[in-house]
Design a protein around this ligand. Structure first.
Ligand SMILES: CC(C)(COP(=O)(O)OP(=O)(O)OC[C@H]1O[C@@H](n2cnc3c(N)ncnc32)[C@H](O)[C@@H]1OP(=O)(O)O)[C@@H](O)C(=O)NCCC(=O)NCCS
Length: 149
């Protein structure tokens, strides 16, 4: 499918938030939270060690996004490429766009000499796991979280 992968711009922020809600991230409960979410996306777009790439179709609609963070590791000369969010909107899945977003993320990481890409994927995301396996990702660790509420 003919899509353009490009860095996100500030006017993409509402559409990026829409994709994050589709991914299952919390929706804002009030205007203050919405403002905080918008500012977080804005910061991610402007910080030099972070990036958001969006997939834009030929009509100019944003149909997917990936967020990227360069993470320094104490025992590594080069940062790791960490992907906290990746989503292609339902209607456009299985058309190669997720793979394009990953490949563009890898190109970004290569500019910073990253040697490894890391991400987590919830146990329930069985379809995403098949996608990552298809792209030759290895599943080699367990992820633990603990609620602090
Ligand atoms: C996971 C996701 C990003 C994949 O994006 P996508 O655009 O649908 O995937 P692609 O079309 O680029 O697929 C690339 C390859 O993976 C395979 N693949 C994708 N989804 C698959 C699935 N559910 N089962 C088996 N293979 C799958 C494709 O067939 C393709 O293989 P091919 O090159 O041999 O044809 C997308 O499905 C999505 O956003 N899912 C919901 C949110 C989510 O789970 N995000 C990941 C959070 S960790």
């Amino acid at each position: 499918m003919n899509v353009c992968i490009r860095p996100a711009r500030k006017n993409d922020i509402p559409l990026i938030l829409g994709l994050l809600y589709e991914l299952g991230r919390p929706k804002p409960e009030n205007n203050l939270e919405l403002k905080i979410f918008r500012n977080l996306v804005k910061k991610q777009i402007s910080d030099s060690d972070k990036q958001i790439l969006v997939a834009e179709d030929k009509n100019g609609d944003i149909i997917g996004m990936v967020s990227i963070i360069l993470v320094p590791r104490l025992n590594r000369v080069n940062p790791e490429l960490y992907i906290p969010e990746l989503i292609v909107t339902k209607k456009f899945q299985k058309k190669g766009i997720g793979a394009e977003l990953i490949n563009s993320s890898i190109s970004f990481g290569q500019r910073y000499k990253c040697k490894k890409l890391r991400l987590e994927s919830g146990n329930f995301r069985l379809e995403a796991h098949q996608f990552y396996e298809k792209l030759k990702f290895e599943s080699n660790s367990k992820s633990f979280t603990k609620s602090l509420e």
